[in-house]
Design a protein around this ligand. Structure first.
Ligand SMILES: [Zn+2]
Length: 99
């Protein structure tokens, strides 16, 4: 199963994404690799590449790329996956705090 999930992605992030998707009435398993990446990854213009959301941290209310310490905007895309990705990211943070 699950060959649509990028291999270098944290399994706990995938788990969160599945929960968020099912709340939104979206079947995570039926997403394409492209869509899955859109949910689990952010684009960093300084690194000129994508990283998993787990590589993003909150510092002084800004989202920071841990690879280059640049502030990242998660709102860049206007499609529905942009909004879902924010939800997934904050659910992930929530889990980190509670751990
Ligand atoms: Zn970066």
């Amino acid at each position: 199963m699950a060959q649509q999930i990028p291999s270098n992605c944290d399994p706990s992030l995938v788990e969160i994404a599945k929960q968020v998707c099912s709340k939104e009435g979206l079947d995570f398993e039926s997403l394409t690799l492209h869509q899955t990446r859109g949910l689990l990854y952010y684009w960093c213009s300084t690194c000129a590449g994508t990283h998993p959301l787990t590589d993003l941290i909150i510092s002084r209310k800004k989202k920071i790329c841990t690879h280059c310490n640049t502030s990242i905007k998660l709102y860049a895309t206007s499609n529905k996956f942009g909004k879902l990705r924010r939800t997934i990211f904050f659910a992930h943070l929530d889990r980190m705090v509670k751990r």
